[in-house]
Design a protein around this ligand. Sequence first.
Ligand code: DGL
Length: 266
Amino acid sequence: MRNSPIGIFDSGIGGLTVAHALKEKLPNESIIYFGDTEHLPYGEKSDEAIQNFSKNIAEFLERKNCKAIVIACNSASSVAFDIVKKTVKNIPVFNVIDPVVREVANKCNSCKIGVIGTKATIQSGVYTKKIQKICSTAKVSAMATPLLVPMIEEGFVNEEISHKIIANYLSNKSLANIDSLILACTHYPLIYNEINNFYGGKVQLIDSADIVANFIFLQLEKMNLISKNKNPKYQFYVSNYTKSFAKSAKFFFQEEIEIEEVNIWN
Ligand code: DGL
């Protein structure tokens, strides 16, 4: 069981930022990654659709004998965490929201926290609810920034046009005077520097990938599930293969990877 792979899924390839952080923190773990590129973007889909896709993917990862499942997508973590837990009763399931909320809310005292993410994530209200459950005096201002995902996927990063789109969103009045900003989407680590430049380093940016990887490491350690495998295997699946995904995957995982298409919906 210890040497079985960790299953990670996302709507597409953004979750590779979490897979990469996990590989750095847990270098002996085998990873099976599934990106639902056929149904991307989840951020624009209904809760029911996201729940249905997530359930199917969790069953696929369970069939692959994964010892744990990581929902490396904020949209799916927001609306499908409970369904995934019910689907795979015998293995631990992690989302990308709870570790971040704990980290932020435990350090906060009447602070103002900004959250940016997809429409599905923001409309779920999950960050506000979970943060205020831990810190009732926290003010949370959550805003959907739907243009950022296609912008990043098209490679518009560190360019004049991306600076303008980011500045336009972050200048919104609702985000004025925030102490910290949660980057509540798996794509956003790729624009961390641009966002940081916008705030001139004065707002603390919370990037979930490393926080989630640390959290999973501690949980697996508690469950005695850390692998000691010297030759871990990495497998990457997508539901719809395109050359452009294969090319962008390298950008998100920070190394060359081979991606295979698999049909899990029958
Ligand atoms: N992976 C999604 C998330 O983190 C962003 C892309 C999408 O909308 O599917 O919310």
